[in-house]
Design a protein around this ligand. Structure first.
Ligand SMILES: Nc1nc2c(c(=O)[nH]1)N[C@H]1C(S)=C(S)[C@@H](COP(=O)(O)O)O[C@H]1N2
Ligand SMILES: [Mo]
Length: 201
């Protein structure tokens, strides 16, 4: 609430044609931290990113190697299932669609499980991960992503409620069949579209 209440922009549409404030959400300038369990303390030096599952070859990236992938900056909104939305943050990182060009997928790869340090998981269809704005983000509004928000690296999925992006992401598992991630096993929607209010099962 607050600064956005007077903001006519709230009623306009976003860059993918949806009303900016999804139903049942309130805009806020705050950025609450929502973490299940402890915050894993991972430095850029310790961070290692892996892909496995339905891939021809398992692959790992160090922080330095990941930073050599094409870097994209996007301005997008953040929607939490607990009814708050944040507008217009600038996120920088590597798009999934750019990353996946460096992965030889097997033909049966249809789903993607994000794995985080600490054990959190969340699942999405490969096709949705290919959206133009699914980002592995390391920078927020020009600053290194704060640790409590998933630094050094998190996934951000602007078209889904925020639990669909793993903070402290450490790898992706490509699978042939869909498996529920952490919150998806615990009552949250598998599809998580904020404009359809897909919050729970
Ligand atoms: N690793 C990890 N990622 C996570 C979570 C978590 O508990 N652990 N919580 C999810 C949920 S439910 C939300 S709403 C967002 C919250 O991100 P924030 O803490 O930056 O607001 O992160 C998502 N990603
Ligand atoms: Mo959440």
């Amino acid at each position: 609430m607050g600064q956005f209440e007077k903001d006519a922009d709230i009623g306009s549409t976003n860059y993918f044609g949806k009303r900016r404030l999804p139903p049942g959400q309130t805009a806020t300038a705050r950025f609450p931290v929502l973490t299940y369990g402890d915050v894993p303390k991972i430095t850029k030096e310790q961070w290692c990113f892996s892909v496995w599952g339905c891939v021809e070859e398992e692959k790992n990236w160090t922080w330095g190697e990941f930073m050599k992938l094409p870097q994209t900056t996007l301005r997008a909104d953040f929607h939490c299932v607990t009814h708050w939305s944040r507008f217009d943050d600038e996120w920088k990182g590597v798009l999934f669609r750019d990353l996946v060009k460096h992965v030889k997928l097997k033909p049966d790869a249809k789903y993607v499980m994000q794995h985080a340090y600490g054990g959190y998981t969340t699942n999405l269809p490969l096709q949705w991960m290919m959206d133009e704005d699914v980002l592995f983000a390391h920078t927020l509004n020009g600053e290194p992503l704060p640790m409590e928000h998933g630094g050094p690296m998190r996934v951000f999925t602007p078209r889904r409620y925020a639990w669909k992006g793993a903070k402290w992401v450490r790898g992706l598992e490509f699978t042939a069949t869909d498996r529920p991630g952490f919150w998806e096993q615990n009552g949250y929607s598998n599809t998580a579209d904020p404009w359809k209010e897909e919050r729970f099962w």
